[in-house]
Design a protein around this ligand. Sequence first.
Ligand code: BES
Ligand code: MN
Ligand code: ZN
Length: 499
Amino acid sequence: MNYMTSTESPSKISTDCLIIGIYKDNNLSIAAKDIDKTCDGLITKLIKNGDVSPMLGEHQMLHFVNNINAKRLLILGLGDRSKFSINEFKKVNESAAIAIRNNKLNNFANYLTLEIKDKPNTYISARQSIEVILNNLYQFNEMKSKATDYSCSPKKIIIAISKKENANKTKLACEQADAISAGMNIARDLGNFPANICTPTFLAKKSQEIAKSYRNLSVKVHDEAAIKKLGMRSFLSVTEGSKEPAKLIEMHYKGAGSKQPIVLVGKGVTFDTGGISLKPSPAMDEMKYDMCGAATVIGTIAAVAKLQLPVNLTIVVPACENRPSSSATLPGDVIKSMSGQTIEILNTDAEGRLILCDALTYSEKFKPKYIIDVATLTGACVVALGHHRTAVMSNCDELSKLIINAGESSVDRAWALPMGDEYEAQLKSNFADFANIGGGGGGSITAACFLGKFTKNMKWAHLDIAGTAWISGDKKGSTGRPVPMLTEFIINQSNEKSS
Ligand code: BES
Ligand code: MN
Ligand code: ZN
């Protein structure tokens, strides 16, 4: 993809499609005013006749407009000017993506970026418009015998800027948006593949392919024998009932010499049946998404490697299936984790924490500056925060704030839930050091407290993405979240002089 910035007036820009907007109450955007002038009051006339709507997200494509150099003119409704901020901007760019796809555009010039007043405006608006548009052009056709004829991948995008001084910052934003979108696409593909294709072995192969395509990126895959040797009995207890071999995948991006790495750990349960504590049938297919933590961290390291950031980043992915069989772990079984702590498995469906705890213990050897695990861990998280925000739980306020701020600026938001002794006490077991489930409420928090028992020596945060990693219903599919938030976090880390 080729990205360009331009201070050219909208009527003069040469492009297949010029994108402008109109607000309610005959209120024209900067570019719409310009076009209205050069085109003899065209925009005002269209509004007066009701041929274009200023309602948020509505759009109208005009062809063969006189007096402009663009081949087409896309007019988008921006709603109330006073209410137009980043969320509305994203919504409008979604509509633009629909028009871009329906017209199979090869290139376009986006002048909506001039309308965002948040600071630093050009940076944020360029980032968001490219991310939103590329994200909405995404399609998953891998498993269809005939791909739908909707595919559209523009080759050139022009972003309008108000001042030449903003060009460099905006170009950087375009590059970052491009890398983040590529990372999201990797994460979305991995999530959308069904469990009969996306096995732990498949995840390992994909990681190897990705490692080959970027400089400074390497991969190491441990098989079951190696996992056993490491003493990861908790991880292995989950895969006991499955014929598919488990894998422990690690990837290392080295962009900053001997600096302490950031470590991301992603839950890679390629299908979660619940095991002997079997899940109910309705919507069980969605448990193919139970490896979205893994997909997120793989997508993030790909984005970071694409940007070649001056930072060290390691990802660790425990990958396996959770299935019942005659060899599956039974409720009440007690196992010893890699840390030496023993766990009573009261519910085999609380398996995510069982694979993550050993991966977290293993990751201590990298001496992480920060360690963050990412997991579709609890249904309770969806109850608490719905599908809008990722939950953050941490033993380090400074880290939790850095993550939440990265979520705000990348518009891929998160919200903190508390932790504490009173929640941790719910994990009490009569037969082992503790149980894998907490009686009583606060299921997302007790899950985090369980993981907290394995991260005492590290600055750690846990992200529960059960509500944000995929969408159900007729738009069912993986979202690629929270690749933007985590990449933003790593970008910020790479800008820190002292780290
Ligand atoms: N993968 C699920 C969590 C999940 C469920 C995510 C539904 C999104 C939608 C996880 O392994 C799980 O089964 N968690 C249990 C924990 C319980 C047994 C303590 C849950 O949330 O029901
Ligand atoms: Mn489960
Ligand atoms: Zn699960």
